[in-house]
Design a protein around this ligand. Structure first.
Ligand SMILES: NC(=O)C1=CN([C@@H]2O[C@H](COP(=O)(O)OP(=O)(O)OC[C@H]3O[C@@H](n4cnc5c(N)ncnc54)[C@H](OP(=O)(O)O)[C@@H]3O)[C@@H](O)[C@H]2O)C=CC1
Ligand SMILES: N[C@@H](CC=O)C(=O)O
Ligand code: NA
Length: 430
């Protein structure tokens, strides 16, 4: 009676750390909750795979029914990843009255509302602290500590793999491929790292953060999402010469009656707190009307840090089981759809870093300047260097312009075959 049995789905980087933490920390959890946690069954894809540290009394199987049909198992922990079959698994577990803890942002960003409704119908808990920023307890902090404040902006570094790659490219001058390989080896990257490096993993996290911060569901299809796979060493060096560090940032802001969110490489001033976040660490800056700017920092990826967030959910569910208070939403904040509108691109304004390759011939710079001027934009910094005897590399930082002005510049440049726009990244200002 004093024991809570757990079913684990997945025994990879995160799953094996969850197992280790449950085994090693059950005494402390028992003193806090009055219940002893133990893992009874683990579902994996391949039981024949060599694994260390699975205790003899734990069943290892490929059959989810071993958890679904076991009345002793009260909490299921989904750490297998991906949307399918994870969605079907979690739905079946909730319908079998199992409380579910997951680290799966792909799943929560895509089907979180539907799964939360299924959990509520079954009087079950569904928690997912580990899905955003790994080891940083950001979701519960927003739910509890920002409950009464009006959040106006959430931004930050929410992908450990990208931040690790950019740090290695900046500090060790590693190649992109070398840094990605190391991030995979260290267990930070997803099994297919495309979502990491193309910004999609960060976008999933911004969808969840926006849901918690504004009570609004932003669709991935409404977000502009750009990753780091095309960033060149040259951009990193030029940004540094201008006094900036390139980071992959997720930004979501309230503008008038709407919320806009996007993900992309951003030039961050070298003395800004976000520029000092290195390797797999993440940082989330939450701005509230009352509190002002706050910053939450910690490891964004890796087995044990992520497992700590999973355990925080397991402990919360356990407390709810003990108190008989299960079946409430993890995030109760819902704004009415009329409060959240689409944002006019004219209202989203940033300074931009533009990197261009142009024919090194008279008149080219004038052509570029005319295009920028026609859009109503202007430069705050500009550097021109020769790349070879035929082309020049021009990098500029504009004054603040709207997204529609940027689109005008891009459109006009596409028509000029002697000038190529290589990169256009936002510039964060202090
Ligand atoms: N790694 C990290 O730093 C973080 C990861 N996450 C999230 O945690 C989750 C797990 O990530 P991670 O541990 O890195 O992933 P891994 O690839 O290391 O592990 C996945 C595990 O799930 C099992 N699995 C995969 N598909 C199935 C299936 N169809 N049926 C049964 N078992 C299956 C695999 O089995 P087998 O061992 O037999 O191959 C493996 O044990 C993901 O949602 C990820 O996004 C969240 C925060 C940080
Ligand atoms: N692959 C992700 C893992 C955590 O969510 C990352 O690198 O951040
Ligand atoms: Na978290």
């Amino acid at each position: 009676m004093n024991e809570i049995k757990i079913g684990l789905i997945g025994l990879g980087t995160v799953g094996s750390s969850v197992l280790k933490m449950i085994i090693e920390n059950s005494d402390k959890v028992q003193t806090i909750t009055g219940r002893r946690l133990s893992v009874k069954t683990i579902v994996v894809r391949n039981v024949a795979k060599h694994r260390r540290q699975v205790p003899k009394d734990v069943t290892l199987t490929t059959d989810l029914n071993a958890i679904i049909n076991d009345p002793e198992i009260k909490i299921a922990v989904e750490v297998m990843g991906g949307i399918h079959p994870a969605k079907e698994f979690v739905t079946a577990l909730l319908n079998a009255k199992k409380h579910v803890v997951t680290a799966n942002k792909d799943l929560i960003a895509s089907a979180g509302e539907e799964l939360a409704a299924t959990a509520k119908q079954n009087h079950c808990d569904l928690m997912y602290e580990a899905s955003v920023a790994g080891g940083i307890p950001i979701l519960r902090t927003i739910v509890n500590s920002f409950a009464a404040d009006y959040i106006t902006e959430v931004k930050g570094i929410v992908n450990g793999t990208c931040n690790f790659i950019l740090t290695q490219m900046q500090q060790q001058h590693w190649s992109y491929d070398q840094a990605l390989m190391k991030a995979q080896e260290l267990g930070f990257a997803e099994s297919d790292p495309t979502n990491d490096v193309e910004g999609i993993d960060s976008a999933y996290k911004m969808v969840i953060l926006s849901q918690f911060s504004y009570g609004a569901h932003i669709k991935l299809s409404n977000m502009s999402v750009e990753g780091i796979s095309t960033i060149q060493q040259d951009d990193i060096q030029r940004a540094a010469e201008f006094g900036y560090t390139i980071k992959l940032l997720g930004i979501s802001r309230r503008i008038d009656n709407g919320v806009f969110a996007e993900v992309g490489p951003v030039l961050v001033p070298q003395d800004h707190p976000l520029a000092t976040i290195h390797n797999e660490n993440n940082a989330v800056m939450v701005t509230g009307e009352a509190v002002g700017e706050t910053l939450f920092y910690g490891p964004g990826a890796g087995g044990l840090p992520t497992a700590n967030s999973v355990l925080s959910d397991i402990v919360s569910v356990t407390k709810n089981i003990v108190l008989g208070t299960t079946g409430h939403f993890f995030n109760n904040y819902q704004s009415s759809p009329s409060e959240i509108g689409n944002i006019d691109p004219k209202d989203v304004k940033y300074a931009y870093y533009l990197s261009l390759k142009m024919l090194d011939a008279p008149g080219q710079m004038l052509k570029f300047t005319q295009i920028v001027t026609q859009s109503g934009a202007s430069f705050s910094q500009i550097v021109q260097t020769k790349t070879d005897h035929q082309t020049a590399r021009v990098t500029v930082i504009t004054h603040k312009i709207s997204k529609s002005q940027l689109s005008d510049i891009k459109r006009a440049l596409r028509k000029v075959n002697t000038i190529a726009l290589l990169a256009a990244y936002k510039v964060l200002q202090q």
